[in-house]
Design a protein around this ligand. Sequence first.
Ligand code: SER
Length: 319
Amino acid sequence: MKKVLITGALGQIGSELVERLRKDLGKDNVIATDIREIEGSPVVTDGIFEILDCTGQQAMMDTAKKYEVDTIIHLASLLSATAEKHPQFAWNLNMTGLTNALETARELNLKYFSPSSIAAFGPSTPMDGTPQVTIQRPNTMYGVTKVAGELLCDYYHTKFGVDTRGVRFPGLISWKTLPGGGTTDYAVDIYYEAIKNGHYDSFIAQGTKMDMMYMDDAIDAIVDLMNAPEENLIDRNAFNITAMSFEPEEIAASIKKYMPEFTMGYDVDPVRQGIADSWPNYIDDTAARKQWGFNPKYDLDAMTKDMLEKLGEKLAKEA
Ligand code: SER
């Protein structure tokens, strides 16, 4: 991975990955792209940025050719809750974007990464210690596109020899860029509300356990998997990875350790609760740990401490 094209670069993962890869590879070796421009964003101002609609095959191919990249990291996608509101649009965006990115990788012989998600599991999946290879019958459009994507990435590897790689991310928590329309977003919102108001009403119900990870560990995971020697990889795509699993009352308790006055209530959203109930309580990530040394650094309290500090500084500056 020497010169990288990133789609969805202004999103929650993209904005932090761009910053990291500009440091690792040099500014001229990261081509950040997104469907829109956000004025003043460091992604746009601090290096190469191009407007790119990933549903356009030719535009993606042209951009990859223009910059002679050797890797494509395809992040543009609609998350679970938004996808349930616009399922046909979600199928079109998520699948067309993915097939275009894979075709670009095949034609130009690029290394390839795209994320899958815990959303690739469903209500009939074993919920505790969910194995990497297991029943996958998701009942959300986002989940359907993720399972299809995992299979397609494996297919491009076995059929065409494309070096496709991918992980199943859990809920990702970060302070720089907000996630857009996910089910696990409550675990980000809670920190914003804790700092702003000292109180949060969770749209996810008490007792609902989901896997989560701090963004620093997620970015390391992408870089480490992409840099892993090919001969170490038995699997290619859909690696289960997680750093922690908690329910709303546990993240609230963690915040209380640093902000004793914090309180939490519930205002459950039935749609996002239904999605959360269909996902595992905790997944088994042994394969990632063994094959490419996945080893997250942040547990719940370490993440809470860092989030409250960094987000506190950011919100104070914006005020
Ligand atoms: N965080 C995502 C979501 O909630 C899961 O991949 O949609």
